[in-house]
Ligand binder design. Structure first.
Ligand SMILES: Nc1nc2c(ncn2[C@@H]2O[C@H](COP(=O)(O)OP(=O)(O)OP(=O)(O)O)[C@@H](O)[C@H]2O)c(=O)[nH]1
Ligand SMILES: [Mg+2]
Length: 394
């Protein structure tokens, strides 16, 4: 899926800025020969900050950005001059981005709202200048604090779509057709399995100007949680939905069995998904008559259900009512479920990388390269050996 514009996975090497050094300058002017220490503090290193931006829908803009560096803090100067703070780097990400440590797979943070800012990596603090260290008995400290080092880390950013309703079903169940009927989205529809290769979102208008968001993800087959079909790649997009709408065609021989397979796959993927509300839609009912429907009703799984047909429009209003009712159950608000969601650590990271062909080697750029250059203009007066240790403490 190399050419696809739907990018929901990127790996980036990030580094915050290091703190500037404090200055160890001694004041000397024409008529003040021993002016005492007047070295200023170093500036703070720049942070790497993630910012939620609702104008982005995918991580496409970060696809070819392999490195993100924040600016280093400036060194302190004579006359108690502070060093300049390093430039912060803002990384705009779509709402719903989750960040993991690429080496250990640990969950780091989560950006869910427009304008939300999360400091991914803090810049190092600047060092204190020598005038902080003067005491009555040590009037000329010829040392200052170095700045804190930068933090570097390779992170994986994953997009988990923020939708209210997630459509879950086997390929060809009619998921995309339903989305195209209920919303203005225009997903590809065809009578072969795996028509949908990447998730589609649609806004479903409801009464009185209200609306909710529906996500159509590629079909799930038995073994999907182990990587069959399109695998678990897209299952994460239903992790955040507050409600799962199961879709099973009316011509299925054993609806209960299909439902069980779908349940098994999503629970294998993430057991937390069991806590979500579930609704069943029996689709394509234009192929059934009323008698058959009644008979079928007795063998359905024990969750709220509707019979729908995207072709005739039968049951669609009823479905919207049911979805709206379920969405507004107090226990089921999207906001609360976003907070409550537990993002599993990415234990399966390696496999996933291989599967996605994303394992491009990101060589960390050596932070030490610039050190010499910075040290040159540093007005540090080296302390005589017999004097205090350079420990910077009071
Ligand atoms: N008779 C009938 N056919 C339907 C209905 N809804 C969808 N179909 C047909 O079912 C086939 C599959 O529909 P899609 O919407 O592409 O199914 P999907 O679940 O999105 O499938 P994948 O994207 O492959 O997972 C298409 O040929 C549709 O025309 C319906 O209500 N009645
Ligand atoms: Mg589809």
């Amino acid at each position: 899926m190399a050419e696809s514009n739907f990018v929901d996975y990127v790996k980036i090497y990030c580094r915050s800025g290091k703190g500037g050094r404090g200055s160890a300058h001694m004041r000397r002017s024409k008529y003040i020969p021993n002016g005492g220490p007047d070295g200023g503090d170093g500036g703070r290193g720049g942070h790497v900050i993630l910012r939620g931006n609702r104008n982005y829908w995918t991580l496409l803009h970060l696809r070819y950005q392999r490195h993100i560096f924040a600016g280093n803090g400036g060194n302190g100067g004579a006359n108690r001059c502070f060093g300049k703070d390093g430039d912060d780097v803002y990384v705009d990400v779509p709402c719903g981005t989750v960040v993991y440590n690429a080496e250990t797979g640990d969950y780091i943070c989560d950006v869910t709202e427009h304008g939300q800012e999360v400091i991914l990596m803090r810049g190092g603090r600047g060092g204190l200048g020598n005038w902080h260290f003067k005491t009555p008995t040590r009037q000329a400290p010829r040392f200052a604090q170095p700045g804190e080092p930068a933090v570097e880390l390779t992170v994986v950013m994953e997009l988990k779509l923020l939708a209210d309703v997630g459509l879950v079903g086997f390929p060809n169940a009619g998921k995309s057709t339903l989305l195209s009927k209920l919303s203005a989205a225009k997903p590809k529809i065809a009578d072969y399995p795996f028509t949908t290769l990447e998730p589609n979102l649609g806004i479903v208008p409801y009464r009185d100007g209200k609306s909710f968001v529906m996500a159509d993800i590629p079909g799930i087959i038995e073994g999907a949680s182990e990587g069959k079909g399109l695998g678990l790649r897209f299952l994460r997009h239903i992790e955040r939905n507050s409600l799962l709408l199961f879709m099973i065609p009316a011509d299925t021989i054993d609806i209960q069995a299909e439902f069980d397979i779908l349940m098994r796959e999503i629970t294998n993927f993430n057991p937390e998904l069991l806590d979500k509300r579930r609704v069943l839609a029996v689709t394509k009912t234009d192929m059934l008559d009323a008698e058959l429907m009644e008979e079928m009703e007795q063998h359905l799984p024990p969750i709220p259900h509707v019979f729908i047909s995207s072709f005739t429009g039968q049951g669609l209003l009823e479905l919207k009512d049911l979805l709206w009712r379920e969405l507004n159950e107090e226990s089921n608000k999207l906001s609360s479920s976003v907070d409550a969601i537990v993002h599993r650590n990415k234990l399966h990271l390696e496999e996933e990388l291989r599967e996605e062909g994303e394992d491009i080697d990101i060589t960390p750029v050596d932070a030490d390269d610039e050190d010499e250059e910075l040290d040159e203009d540093f007005d540090f007066e080296y302390i005589d050996d017999e004097e205090d240790d350079d420990d910077g403490g009071k």
